[in-house]
Design a protein around this ligand. Structure first.
Ligand code: B12
Length: 223
């Protein structure tokens, strides 16, 4: 196992190094980025799960540095760009293609929140597990979720939030979906969420990662 390669992918995420041509960051000019290194890792037979773990550690580190005011939003954006380069390589591994969809899963990041890396990951893995995914994107207003539930009877809804401030919008969305469509199953997720928070907002479930989301969907599926 090429541990050094996996570690370097995590460093590329933390430092926002996308590819060799990228001039950012200054101290990595001319070095390969997450794009080339992920391709290499996959060709060496390193599993997508290990690559993702390294990316999440890199994201964790940049997030902690942001909390300490050592880096700012532009650095977070570069980390996200680097992560997206990895995701482009990993996508085919999650989308194995199935004959018949197990059901419909409507997902989106709630109003006021622009974080979509985690939500996209959940989408990919759920889709790869045989569900038809309807991804509404980021900053999704309650009305748009409600409209989508109306248009897709029997769907299960996934809400993502990364900011403590947008959890209030998430709660509002859960409440409105439940008011209008009491039978609709809603699962919530995102870094500030927890089982307790999910219960408080009367969501049906919470999962901390895509595998948890799939396990929940398979459990509640009516098909
Ligand atoms: C990258 C990033 C950004 C990027 C986002 C780019 C993008 N396209 O997503 C940009 C630069 C845009 C950004 C902006 C901001 N950010 Co930001 N960001 C991050 C960072 C570093 C990583 C988030 C991430 O992608 N993680 C990796 C993914 C894979 O993990 P995840 O999102 O948690 O998702 C996993 C699970 O949570 C779960 N999951 C996620 N969604 C769902 C949904 C369902 C249904 C289920 C079941 C599971 C699930 O599965 C996923 C995979 O395992 C975090 C720090 C951190 N460590 O989380 C801060 C962080 C979230 N950001 C933060 C802040 C404060 C901001 C800004 C307000 C900064 C500012 N002053 O402008 C803005 C807000 C913009 C907005 N309105 O949304 C804070 C939030 C603090 C808080 N508790 O509220 C954090 C925690 C940083 C910090 N330590 O302070 N950010």
């Amino acid at each position: 196992m090429n541990e050094a390669l996996i570690t370097q992918i995590g460093i590329c995420i933390e430092k926002g190094k996308v590819n060799k041509a990228s001039p950012y960051p200054g101290d990595m000019i001319g070095q390969e980025g997450s794009d080339e290194l992920t391709r290499q890792a996959l060709s060496e037979g390193i599993g997508p799960d290990l690559i993702l773990q390294a990316c999440n550690s890199g994201m964790q580190r940049i997030g902690e540095r942001f909390s300490r005011n050592e880096v700012f939003v532009p650095e977070l954006l570069m980390a996200a760009k680097s992560m997206n380069a990895v995701m482009a390589h990993l996508k085919p591994y999650f989308q194995t293609g199935t004959v018949k969809a197990k059901g419909k899963f409507v997902i989106g990041t709630v109003a006021g929140d622009l974080h979509d890396i985690g939500k996209n990951l959940v989408s990919m893995v759920v889709e790869g597990n045989g569900w038809e995914v309807i991804d509404l994107g980021v900053d999704v207003k309650t009305a748009k979720f409600v409209d989508s539930v109306k248009a897709n009877p029997g769907c299960i809804v996934g809400l993502s939030a990364l900011l403590t401030t947008t959890m209030a919008n998430m709660a509002k969305t859960v409440q409105e979906i439940k008011n209008q469509f009491p039978d609709t199953v809603v699962i919530v997720g995102g870094a500030p969420l927890s089982t307790k928070a999910a219960e408080q907002m009367k969501a049906d479930g919470y999962a901390s990662d895509p595998q948890g989301a799939v396990a929940f969907l398979n459990k509640v599926s009516r098909n």
